[in-house]
Design a protein around this ligand. Structure first.
Ligand SMILES: [Mg+2]
Length: 119
């Protein structure tokens, strides 16, 4: 069975870009546009990895990551942060987020990071 990735970002272009990238890698891809949507998805669909944006409406990525890790602490989460968000990165790692990547990112770097985490 294909490994599952959940992409969470309020920007449609980023969701599309990452969706295409991981589908090409043979992964099963799900997308969510904000933190609340991501949480409700995780309740029914357990992803093998989550790529999570920080700045989103309704619920931001940090709050969503915290809630998801409360539901299932084994899901690796990669935070997609903006340049200079050092406090966010610090907090994210404290709550158990596995890794972070700074936007704008090179898709090859994202792909390799995800592959490495998935093993
Ligand atoms: Mg955003």
């Amino acid at each position: 069975m294909a490994q599952k990735v959940l992409i969470v970002d309020d920007q449609k272009g980023i969701r599309k870009l990452l969706e295409e990238l991981f589908k090409k890698e043979g992964l099963d891809v799900m997308v969510a546009a904000d933190g609340r949507e991501a949480i409700s998805m995780v309740e029914g669909y357990v992803p093998d990895i989550i790529l999570m944006d920080v700045k989103m409406p309704n619920m931001n990525g940090l709050e969503a990551a915290q809630e998801i890790l409360r539901i299932n602490q084994n899901i690796p989460i990669v935070m997609m942060t903006a340049y200079g968000e050092t406090e966010v990165v610090k907090k994210a790692l404290e709550i158990g987020v596995k890794k972070y990547i700074t936007k704008p990112f090179d898709i090859v770097v994202v792909r390799d990071m995800v592959k490495e985490i998935l093993g």
